[in-house]
Design a protein. Structure first.
Length: 1050
């Protein structure tokens, strides 16, 4: 038979394998030639699978199972399901099956837990609920329901357990007071509850004691008295009761022995009884006790059966069975068989009733589960409908408030609940268009706003501020923020302590007899709040031999108005002077510690200091290269330091200030420290020349090391590492990293503040070039000639000619702007007079009178830091044709020679304007300014012209070229000027007066008539050039205070 079954199984296995191979071959053949119909079907299957997956994710397992069933059973799709799709469908089917089973389990456990809770079996109900508390298949309402049920049943279980514990305590109290029957009833109820009870004895032990006391009261005891055996205490009545190996018989024997030993009268009675009577009494008591226990158990089981409490009934029956079995020998066969039969019959009844009750309960639970499922679905549908309505209402509300983004958020949540809600989709699209339109409007408004702000900013930039420095309107807020940022560098506790130590107090109460302890207490309470001072008295006593009662030896007369920090230092110095060790104090972490300097905590702290403003090299511009003289180059102005070149240019040179050749006002390339190329003093190179690009870098490094040297030499020199101390200082870019004590850090801060105090001192320098000129011209010329004068007689006609008219033509005086040399007169006429043939007179009249006044001022103004230099240039570059170059070439072409003449204009660049280089230094009292100033004023005169023959057209008009003349005024000096005062640095007064008178001798002296034979001209020119300078001292503190006051008044 076994071989037959094995053979059948093998054949079946081979058949299955063959069928699988055929199916795989068929699938491969089908997949090898896919058609459009296959693709469409499989695409639809994939769509269905995605729908089922979404339904599973949403918890719609029944709908998902229905979809999968249609997919698996429909002939339309079965033939087109691929292997991958089949695996996905199987996986989804298993997931759906597991989910449905888990949800049914959740519903079943909910029903069972509620039923157990109604029966009062809270522990079992909690055990069931704990299985589904963290289930992932429960919906959100179900999770909430499970949590509520678990919490409610837990509270009920806790209250029930407290009630049984209270009943146990009351029963123990009743037993101790002698109320045995009441105590016995309470203990029996506690035992039947099945709850674990805390106490010295169990309820079963107390019942045994009560029964023993009752039996002893009516029956004499013997030493070898054997009591009936109680039911086993290790039988579990409820799942929560712990196993307890209790032996009531042994406890009873101990109790009986104790009582027998204590009662002498009872022993006497026992001795009098015969052995047979004792045995009979013992047997009768045991039988009665067993029968009472069995009867009580049967009654309780019957009562529990009537109440359909089957577990309690079975527990009572188990106790009865246990009692009968243990006392089988005592009861005898007849009683044993009778009780056993009665108990078995009752047990069958209980089981039958249990089965009927379970069937009814299961039916009720199924009905309740169906009702609960329906209710849950209705609740979910109601909640979904309500959620859709709420989301839509909120969306409309947000839309009414023009909060379109929030409205779109509500619609997104609505569509997540109901993806096919047409109303929501239409409203969402409308709101998106609205949001896009609003965003476009916002962008356009922002564009308009920014454009308006930009135009206003451009207009604001055209404000011609009159003051030297103008602070912004929010300067007070800016200043407070900067000060707050600096104050945060230290800890709040240390800042508070230092603030208290820097206060000025009155310590005149001190006397020479004041002890050190009293002086420290006075200093401590001199400010509010009091200083937290800690004194290392053992250190002072052991190392400095200074006790608490030592006198300070200082009179308080000099401490009437003193800084608290200074006062404390003076007191410690006075006490430790001449001693073995010096005393000191340190403020650290909000506490002031006083001890010997060797014992004080070092507390090295690393701080970073920004010293970029202190190590930045001062501006010392090269006055030589900034001036338009080009003095250090070659050219017409000299070549002491350079080579030759054009006008004002520097030729090739190799000295310290020279440069290569170039055009006007500059030197060419140079190889030394102050060379440069280009016009106007050299335009290439860095600070001071082409090779000076790194000047600022090495100067900054040098100033940084100088600052480090200053700090180490002036602040606690012995505390630095170089002198054997622990303090260190390292430069990093434009900052200093310092490792030192807080005390030294404070001194460094004070030193840097004092250095910066003078750093912000600025001077506004205004130089004025004032040019005043006055020109006067008076020219009256009369030329009278008598070509014919007949005096009669034998004389011929007399011809009188004079030329004083041309002798008095006004000429230039050399003063710029002179009116002399005017080409045409203001008035000119000519006429003649004839009287027959006897007299002919010719008159020529020229008359000019002119007066011109002019005033010209150029006032460059520059702001510069104290001790540094500044250069300002306002220049104009002009290109003039100053010469012509003519070249002639002979060109031969096809045997014919021709001459080609080429003419090239020579163009030169001239620079005019004002240049100012100044280096101010404030005096110690900040009242005067010592100025080292170099000022240049250059002007170009292009009135002089020259005419040359046109080589192209010799018969045509000549060509005219300009011969410019340069007028330059300069001053180089070092003077002291009061603040806001005006000083005349230099001046030039040029006066020229030219009077010309010419006439015929004798005739020109005849009154009246002599005017016809004389001529006069007068040219009077005056020019005054004044170079003035006005410095204005701008101290940072004063300027800032004035600015804040002005802003406050606004």
């Amino acid at each position: 038979m076994v071989k037959l079954l094995s053979s059948l199984c093998n054949r079946k296995f081979v058949f299955v394998i063959a069928l699988g191979l055929l199916w795989g071959a068929f699938s491969i053949a089908v997949s090898a030639a896919p058609s459009s119909i296959d693709q469409a079907k499989r695409a639809k299957i994939d769509m269905t699978i995605r729908i089922v997956t979404e339904q599973i994710n949403r918890g719609l397992y029944q709908q998902a199972q229905s979809q999968l069933g249609t997919l698996q059973t429909s002939d339309e799709f079965v033939a087109y399901i691929s292997q991958r799709q089949h695996q996905t469908i199987v996986k989804l089917q298993n997931q759906i099956t597991q989910s449905i089973q888990e949800r049914e389990k959740i519903a079943r456990i909910l029903r069972q837990s509620e039923a157990l809770a109604e029966q009062g079996n809270y522990a079992d109900a909690l055990g069931l609920l704990s299985q589904i508390t963290a289930s992932q298949y429960a919906s959100e309402p179900e999770r909430q329901m499970i949590q509520d049920s678990y919490q409610r049943i837990s509270d009920q279980n806790r209250r029930q357990q407290q009630e049984w514990q209270l009943l146990f305590v009351q029963s123990v109290s009743a037993y101790n007071s002698g109320q045995s029957e009441q105590a016995r009833q309470g203990f029996m109820q506690v035992i039947e509850s099945g709850y674990p009870i805390k106490g010295g004895k169990t309820p079963e032990q107390y019942i045994l004691l009560i029964d023993t006391d009752a039996a002893r009261a009516t029956t004499p005891l013997a030493d070898d008295l054997q009591w009936p055996i109680q039911p086993d205490q290790d039988i579990q009545t409820t799942p929560d009761v712990a196993d307890e190996d209790i032996e009531p018989i042994d406890l009873l024997e101990l109790e009986v022995s104790r009582q027998v030993a204590d009662s002498a009268s009872t022993q006497a009675q026992q001795e009098e009884l015969s052995y047979l009577e004792v045995v009979k009494q013992k047997r009768a008591v045991q039988v009665d006790y067993t029968m009472a226990i069995v009867k009580d158990a049967v009654e309780k089981a019957q009562q529990a059966l009537d109440d359909q409490q089957f577990d309690q009934a079975m527990q009572s029956l188990r106790r009865a069975f246990s009692t009968v079995e243990k006392n089988k020998m005592l009861l005898g066969d007849a009683i044993y068989s009778d009780y056993t039969a009665r108990l078995i019959d009752l047990e069958q009844k209980v089981n039958e009733a249990r089965q009927v009750s379970q069937q009814q309960t299961e039916l009720q639970r199924q009905q309740q589960a169906d009702e609960l499922t329906t209710q849950i679905r209705q609740t979910m549908e109601t909640q979904r409908t309500q959620a859709v309505a709420d989301y839509m209402d909120r969306a409309f509300a947000f839309q009414g408030e023009q909060r379109y983004e929030e409205a779109l958020g509500q619609l997104e949540q609505l569509l997540a609940v109901d993806p096919l809600n047409q109303r929501a989709m239409i409203m969402k699209q409308t709101l998106q268009h609205t949001v896009n339109y609003i965003e476009q409007r916002r962008i356009q408004d922002e564009i308009n706003t920014e454009e308006l702000e930009l135009m206003m900013d451009i207009k604001r930039r055209t404000i011609p501020f009159a003051d030297e420095i103008n602070f912004p309107r929010n300067w007070k807020e800016i200043s407070e923020r900067r000060e707050a940022a600096l104050a945060e560098a230290s800890s709040p506790a240390d800042a508070a302590i230092n603030e208290l130590l820097d206060k000025t107090v009155d310590l005149s109460i001190l006397t020479e007899d004041t002890t050190l302890a009293e002086a420290i207490e006075i200093v401590q309470n001199a400010v509010s709040p009091a200083l937290p001072i800690v004194v290392y008295w053992p250190d002072l006593q052991d190392n400095a031999f200074i006790e608490r009662d030592v006198s300070i030896g200082l009179d308080g007369a000099g401490f009437g108005n003193i800084v608290l920090r200074v006062a404390l230092s003076r007191i410690l110095e006075a006490v430790s002077s001449g001693g073995f060790a010096e005393l000191g104090f340190v403020a650290q972490e909000g506490t002031i510690t006083i001890a010997t300097k060797e014992a004080l905590p070092t507390n090295l702290v690393t701080n970073m200091y920004d010293v970029a403003d202190l190590v930045n090299p001062p501006a010392n511009f090269d006055e030589y290269s900034s001036s338009n003289q080009g003095n250090q180059g070659g050219g017409s102005q000299g070549g002491s330091s350079g080579g030759g070149g054009s006008s004002f240019g520097g030729g090739g040179g190799g000295s310290s200030f020279g440069g290569g050749g170039g055009s006007s006002f500059g030197g060419g390339g140079g190889g030394s420290s102050f060379g440069g190329g280009g016009s106007s003093g050299g335009r290439s190179g860095g600070s001071g020349g082409g090779s000076g690009n790194d000047v600022g870098n090495w100067q900054s490094q040098e100033m940084t090391f100088r600052l480090i040297y200053l700090i180490q030499q002036t602040i606690e020199p012995e505390s630095w590492y170089e002198e054997g101390g622990e303090g260190r200082i390292f430069p990093y870019q434009s900052r200093l990293s310092v490792l030192q004590t807080p005390k030294v850090h404070k001194q460094i801060n004070d030193l840097l503040k004092s250095l910066r105090k003078d750093l912000g001192q600025q001077i506004a320098i205004e130089a004025r070039f004032l040019l005043v000129s006055e020109n006067f011209l008076e020219d009256i010329g009369l030329d009278v000639d008598i070509p014919t004068l007949d005096i009669g007689g034998g004389f011929t006609n007399i011809n009188i000619q004079q030329d004083s008219y041309s002798h008095t033509i006004p000429t230039e005086t050399g003063v710029p702007g002179t009116l002399g040399g005017l080409a045409t007169a203001a008035l000119g006429t000519a006429f003649s007079y004839e009287s027959l043939d006897d007299l002919q007179v010719e008159f020529i009249l020229r008359a000019t009178q002119s007066h011109r006044n002019s005033k010209q001022i150029q006032a460059p103004k520059v702001m510069v830091l104290n001790g540094e230099s500044a250069t300002m240039q306002v220049l104009t570059y002009k290109n003039l044709i100053t010469d012509v170059e003519v070249s002639s070439d002979t060109v031969t072409n096809t045997g014919t020679s021709s001459q080609v003449i080429t003419q090239n204009n020579v163009i030169e660049e001239y620079t005019t304007g004002v240049q100012l280089t100044v280096t101010p230094v404030l005096t110690a009292d900040k009242k005067f300014v010592i100025l080292r100033i170099i000022a240049y004023l250059t002007d170009l005169n292009t009135d002089d012209r020259v005419s040359v023959t046109n080589v192209y057209d010799q018969d045509g008009p000549p060509l005219t070229y300009t011969l410019p003349s340069v007028q330059e005024s300069s001053v180089q000096t070092r003077v002291a000027v009061p603040d806001r005062g005006t000083l005349l640095l230099g001046g030039l007064t040029v006066t020229a007066k030219r009077e010309i008178e010419s006439g015929a001798p004798i005739l020109s002296k005849i009154p009246g008539l002599g005017r016809f034979f004389s001529n006069r001209s007068t040219v009077d020119d005056k020019m005054i050039l004044l170079i003035l300078v006005k410095p204005t001292i701008l101290l940072q503190d004063e300027v800032e205070a004035d600015a804040i006051g002005a802003l406050s008044r606004r």
